[in-house]
Design a protein around this ligand. Structure first.
Ligand SMILES: C[S@@+](CC[C@H](N)C(=O)[O-])C[C@H]1O[C@@H](n2cnc3c(N)ncnc32)[C@H](O)[C@@H]1O
Length: 256
């Protein structure tokens, strides 16, 4: 009998950010195929006898190519297994979940999706930054800062959005900030970057589009990191949760 594939969003960083449904699905796994940014302790929810397969991608490097991952899901499900595909954040937000659903559909394997808490909103939230705020930001857009797939993003298409959230932002931060200024965002617009949100290694740096790249470099901010651009990044209380947890961020905002 054919098994099934369930794409489960693990949320970012903290294992408590998985949904109840996602946690329940993990307990049903015969096989779990998991990514790099998934909290390692989530694997404790998987039955002891289940097969665990790591297929993590690193910035610019994919030891297990996407086609092979899809082949693995299909092969194990055709063998009758309940296959849990555990992905960081939400499976459909820059997670290639759609390709995996399509691969299952192509051979008639039942496939379902359990959404996850995306870093797109959760990483800013970890630094106390809301992506919308009454009277300040009524729209937000989520884009990628990576050009790993040779598909350069036309930032002018989203430049008018109140809040811009840029995933995979660390590798090309200077270029992204520069492109946003060229696309019409003010150089003195508030911007913040949050690294390893919801983990003990969380750090964030805030400044402006013009000075954030240098501030982030000085603080050695690297992947995984999420950039948030807009007035919300300067609201009173931003960077608050870190302070209230008693861990001052590496660098405070450069503005007064
Ligand atoms: C390939 S994308 C996957 C996004 C994921 N599907 C989601 O919905 O959160 C990976 C990017 O998400 C962001 N990200 C994931 N986890 C993060 C974390 N704990 N802190 C900050 N950013 C994170 C970073 O921008 C990272 O480069």
């Amino acid at each position: 009998m054919t098994g099934r594939v369930v794409l489960v969003g693990a949320g970012p960083g903290d294992p408590e950010l998985i949904t109840l449904r996602g946690a329940r699905m993990l307990a049903e796994a015969d096989v779990v195929v998991y990514d790099r940014l998934v909290a390692p302790t989530l694997l404790d929810l998987v039955p002891a006898g289940a097969e665990r397969i790591y297929v993590g991608k690193e910035p610019g490097r994919a030891p297990v190519p996407q086609r092979d991952i899809e082949g693995l899901l299909v092969e194990r499900a055709l063998g009758g297994c309940v296959v849990i595909r555990l992905k960081g954040g939400d499976p459909f937000v820059f997670g290639r979940g759609g390709e995996e659903v399509a691969a299952c559909a192509a051979v008639g394997i039942p496939c379902e999706v359990v959404p996850g808490v995306s870093a797109a909103v959760a990483a800013p939230a970890a630094a106390g930054i809301p992506v919308t705020h009454r009277g300040v930001a009524r729209s937000f857009a989520v884009v990628t800062g990576s050009n790993a797939h040779d598909d350069e993003l036309d930032l002018s298409k989203v430049a008018g959005t109140d809040t811009l959230v840029v995933l995979m932002a660390a590798g090309r931060l200077a270029r992204t900030c520069e492109d946003l200024i060229v696309a019409g965002r003010p150089a003195n617009e508030p911007a913040a970057i949050v690294q390893w949100a919801w983990t003990p290694d969380q750090r964030s740096v805030a400044g402006t589009l013009a000075d954030l790249p240098l501030l982030a470099e000085a603080a050695s901010i690297g992947p995984p990191a999420t950039l948030v651009v807009g007035s919300v990044a300067a609201l009173p209380g931003s960077l608050g949760p870190e302070v209230s947890r008693g861990r001052l961020p590496a660098t405070r905002r450069s503005r007064p």
